[in-house]
Design a protein. Sequence first.
Lengths: 257, 279
Amino acid sequence: MFSAFMLDTWAAGLIVAVTAGVVGWFVVLRGASFAAHALPLGTFPGAAAAVLLGIAPSAGIAGFGLAGVVAIWALGRRGRPEVATALTLVMLLATGALLLSWTDRYAAQVYALLFGQVLGVSRAALGGMALAGAGAVAAVLAGFRPLLLGAIGADLAAARGARPALWEFGFLAAIALAAAVAVPVVGALLTFALMVGPASCGRAVSARPAVALAASVAIALALMAGAIALSYLTNWPVGCFAGLGGAGCYALGRALL
Amino acid sequence: MSGAGWFALGPVGVALAVSFAAALVSAVVGVFTVLRGQAFAGHALGDISGAGGAAALLFGIRPLAGFVAMALGGAAAMALAGGRRIAERDLASGVVLGAGLGLAALFLYLDATMSGVGGAASTVMFGSMFAIPPGMVLPAALCAAAALAAMAALARPLLLVAIGPDLAASRGVPVKLVGFAHLAVLALAVGLAAMSVGAVLATALLIGPASAGLRAARTLPGAVALAAAIGIGASWGGIALAYESYGWGGRHGWPVSFFVVALVVGAYVAAGLAARMRR
């Protein structure tokens, strides 16, 4: 389990867990579960597009993530935000279904991309992952106060001089960045479980934001390590353990509250 | 149409019949789902039903039974975990969704390794409308009829709950029970839709036509009727276009789900424009 080729996986898991733990805490605070589910899932067709065009999968994932952020933000200003999220998601996925029907090369990877795989990351990709993860974490931490205020109420945030619409966009972009980091390991369908599960338990640990945030990261690390270890031992997909474990974290949090 | 006619349907006929039932029920249930701000729960149930579809492949039971049973289980879990605030309800939906998807991952993995069902992930998640067996038409119709009957009974209390849970409680509506009944009907609807356009795209039939109808129509019955028309139109239009696409070169036709979603989103945008021009 700790042989040389697994070291890259452990390093990737560390990056994923820290990013998901921090960003996920803001997701739970702001009630953005749906967006946190839709953005990672929406990046999945990006990888298919990249295979079709012969470019790097991470470029495709980032491109579709950005498209998702813009669509959710723009449609959400005009109508109900959750409807905007739902329609953005199905548009991205339908594009994915179309791209998949055009290529056979990709079929074997569909499952891995949806549900995650232990060996999804090469050493060469680790640097980019760390950079993107650091970007996402830096973005939400830089916006700590405006994001907190916006979570309490957009009017309050506006009254205190923050610009809620702008921060909403930045926040969605941070989720998309975190998704780009996590999707290759945890899978497009279950990345959000790693975000909301630990965070929903972390907030039960303490009412103080900094402590709850730290707890959320610690729980995410434990969940990620457990998922990788179990996946290595059983050969079952990583996402399976992340999803079930995330639900377990939430139940634990509810019991603590 | 005679009784024998139903069973003699070709793949396209079966697709038309099942998608009609799915689109009609999804549109009607969808209007109330959008009004209550439950779009995420609806989407989550669709994804969760995918675990049932995968389990059905594994155990060799009827796919519709798998989709619907798993969605119903998800609905029960959400009702148990859910809170009163929308953000809290969404969090509970998300967590149940995570667990459901974890199971889907497991069942699909076992499908691939134990019973050698290849390509299960794409079939369950993105649907394969032209591969629905003809025997599915009757159960699908029964499911649809049950869902529509339940919606007829639930419409008024659900509206009251959508306006305000406190108001509804003061008018003698059992808010929790109505909420659970709504989730159960939602599960039936997305189970049907997952059968036709696939688990992750069931949301398109549930949310798209309903929100387009709510944007463009002035009254609730009008919104429901418009939503149903858009849903059925998009499904049948999608099937027709996919059928056509076999002649567009390339080795396969284009996927039905792609056309259905494109038509639904187009209708949503058009409804927004129509509503703005009228003002």
